[in-house]
Write a protein that binds this ligand. Structure first.
Ligand code: NAI
Length: 384
């Protein structure tokens, strides 16, 4: 299979590695020669590291490398069966590239976008044959993260959707099919992990370390929300939150937090700037959490019911199937359990009661319980 990748930055180069490892002939295109050179050098380093770890041998490295060619003309992608675009997140630029690309490729070439925040329908509309367009959304780093969200636009044909699912599965990834709505699955359902943690901090209930400790100790999350926001970058995480909030017509459930905005404005971006919620400069020590089990339970319960509510509401609105929603969170962001399975384990009645308590306390729409969760509670059902 011939695969064309447009944009050789963080995502494009990772996707090229995945496709080449699966045996596809990959052409990686970028307008910037320096970006192409960097992609090539980075792949060399990654493959050498895999050899050191004993994961691949020198033959495999050669095979993967010889499956990728680095090209500087869009026209070079004309023999592609599938193209995946991973350029700058700008609709006008993407549209321009897509309509030029369509003039070079065959009629049955699938034209996909890796966009995180633009609608697939809006990108597809730039094509003569919009039915060939689909969202294929990888997670960073693409070679390591198992999940890929596949997003059909309202224009996408069933054949294109099925072919895309089959190809991505052949690349040994876990596919979750998501409706073309803001944040797809992961970037929507994960919002309360950050948002509710920030709110708990803003109310003065606990500090960053104690909140992180609570979610790791009681919930089994690998990283606490503040550690994770520092890892992702407060600028990047804040922008995703603000984009999702705006795209949902300002639904208060997705309202960004001033704390994160200020951290972002101050340049306290996290690990990459040496300071975020924590200090990453040499010799800095992390403050100790308040190891109060009762407080930790309270913090964990509040965050987990908000996450479960978001997952239930995504199911309620047919964003994806229950299996795909749970897979998305375990394979896309490494949650210890799927949120719907977690709801079954906690008890849907307890989740509804906790959410109603929050709603009664705050009278904010943010804490409204999903109609699906309430209905399931009435009918004594479980998700699985
Ligand atoms: P990046 O900035 O690392 O790479 C973008 C590349 O596209 C650059 O090398 C640039 O030279 C090239 N480019 C820009 N305009 C171009 C054009 N007109 N034609 C050809 N090449 C062009 O960006 P990154 O982070 O890889 O993101 C790319 C896309 O993937 C965006 O749509 C983003 O929303 C999406 N995405 C990003 C994730 C992330 O964690 N970084 C995760 C999932 C999706």
């Amino acid at each position: 299979m011939n695969v064309g990748i447009i944009g050789s930055g963080t995502m494009g180069s990772g996707i090229a590695q995945v496709a080449a490892t699966a045996g596809c002939q990959v052409k990686l295109y970028d307008t910037n020669q320096a970006a192409l050179d960097k992609a090539k050098a980075t792949l060399e380093k990654i493959l050498n590291r895999l050899i050191e770890k004993g994961r691949i041998d020198a033959d495999e490295k050669n095979r993967i490398q010889s499956n990728i060619s680095y090209v500087g003309n869009l026209k070079d992608l004309s023999d592609s069966n599938l193209t995946i675009e991973a350029i700058v997140e700008n609709l006008d630029i993407k549209k321009k590239v897509f309509s030029e690309l369509e003039s070079y490729v065959a009629d049955d070439c699938i034209i996909a976008s890796n966009t995180s925040s633009l609608s697939i329908a809006s990108i597809a509309a730039s094509l003569q044959k919009p039915e060939r367009c689909v969202g294929i959304h990888f997670f960073n780093p693409a070679p390591l993260m198992k999940l890929v969200e596949v997003i059909p636009a309202i224009q996408t044909s069933e054949v294109v959707l099925q072919k895309s699912i089959n190809t991505i599965s052949d690349w040994k990834k876990v596919v979750a099919v998501a409706k073309d709505t803001p944040g797809f699955i992961v970037n929507r359902v994960a919002r309360p992990f950050y948002g509710e943690a920030l709110r708990i901090y803003e109310e003065g209930i606990a500090d960053f370390t104690t909140i992180d400790w609570s979610l790791k100790t009681i919930g089994g999350f690998r990283m606490g929300p503040f550690e994770l926001m520092d890892f992702i970058g407060n600028d990047v995480n804040y922008t995703v939150t603000e984009t999702v909030f705006t795209a949902f017509y300002f639904d208060p459930r997705y309202k960004p937090a001033f704390t994160q905005k200020r951290f972002s404005e101050a340049g306290y971006l996290g690990r990459k700037s040496g300071k975020g919620y924590y200090d990453y400069t040499e010799g800095a020590t992390k403050p100790a959490p308040i190891e109060d089990k009762a407080l930790a339970e309270k913090i964990f319960n509040r965050v987990i019911v908000m996450l479960i509510n978001e997952a239930a509401d995504a199911l309620f609105l047919n964003i994806a199937s229950a299996e795909d929603i749970d897979n998305a969170m375990t394979k896309g962001v490494n949650y210890p359990k799927g949120l719907l399975a977690w709801a079954d384990e906690i008890g849907i009645d307890k989740c509804v009661t906790a959410l109603d308590r929050l709603y009664d306390e705050y009278h904010e729409d943010r804490y409204r319980c999903s109609p699906l969760l309430r209905k399931m509670n009435r009918e004594h059902k479980t998700f699985f």
